[in-house]
Design a protein around this ligand. Structure first.
Ligand SMILES: [Zn+2]
Length: 226
């Protein structure tokens, strides 16, 4: 038993020494800014806010090396630059905020798009990713951590309607296959795309802005290095 331990200790040490290289990819750009929320805020603003909150919350985690795909908040980053930045990373983690199909949206008095049709997080993985197996392992750990912290997945991408029809990998964890999703298919590392919440839903839009929510997401990411 003692000889075996001696043999494995250096390997563990090497792992801890280099840490976990997490690339956070902030979905969309200042000009191509994604979905519009129930208060008419653009998705890119929420993607940025969650990105920088995670950076701040995890800044003292020595064994977690976080880098961003964008050089700065105003960069009109291309898809190629996103793929390039994922080289030699342990995980490409793309942050988005979700919407629903147009037929489920009503316009409120502002007028901004609004629904109570769906709420909660979704996670996408691609079988065409360079390392699908690892992508799925990370997606499962991350989703389970979110659920343990009280979040619930949304299953609306599974519905048999135009624009959805995504096959669920795991209904309990809110993980879907999205094989042709560009960033997942072309990333140079394991990759997952996280739809943090449904921002056309006023309740979800409020929740994704809370410190509580951002802490839950950051702490779930922290568990990936274990
Ligand atoms: Zn998006």
């Amino acid at each position: 038993m003692r000889t075996k331990l001696k043999y494995f200790l250096p390997l563990l040490f090497i792992n801890n020494l280099f840490g976990f290289d997490l690339l956070i990819d902030t979905g969309h750009t200042p000009k191509k800014n994604g979905a519009t929320s129930s208060t008419c805020i653009k998705e890119y603003e929420y993607n940025k806010s969650l990105t920088y909150s995670i950076l701040d919350i995890l800044k003292d985690e020595n064994s977690l090396n976080i880098t961003l795909s964008s050089k700065n908040e105003s960069q009109e980053i291309s898809f190629e630059q996103r793929y390039e930045s994922s080289k030699n990373k342990d995980l490409f983690f793309s942050i988005h905020h979700d919407s629903v199909q147009e037929q489920f949206i009503k316009y409120n008095e502002k007028p901004c798009p609004q629904t109570d049709y769906a709420k909660g997080f979704s996670i996408f993985v691609s079988k065409k990713n360079v390392d699908f197996e690892k992508s799925l392992i990370y997606a499962k750990i991350f989703a389970q951590e979110l659920i343990n912290s009280g979040l619930t997945p949304s299953l609306h991408h599974n519905e048999n309607i135009k624009g959805e029809n995504r096959e669920l990998v795991d209904e309990k964890l809110g993980i879907y296959y999205f094989d042709n999703l560009k960033v997942l298919r072309n990333a140079n590392s394991p990759a997952i795309l996280f739809e943090a919440g449904v921002i056309v839903n006023p309740e979800d839009e409020k929740f994704v802005q809370t410190k509580e929510f951002k802490n839950i997401v950051a702490n779930a990411l922290k568990r990936l290095k274990d």
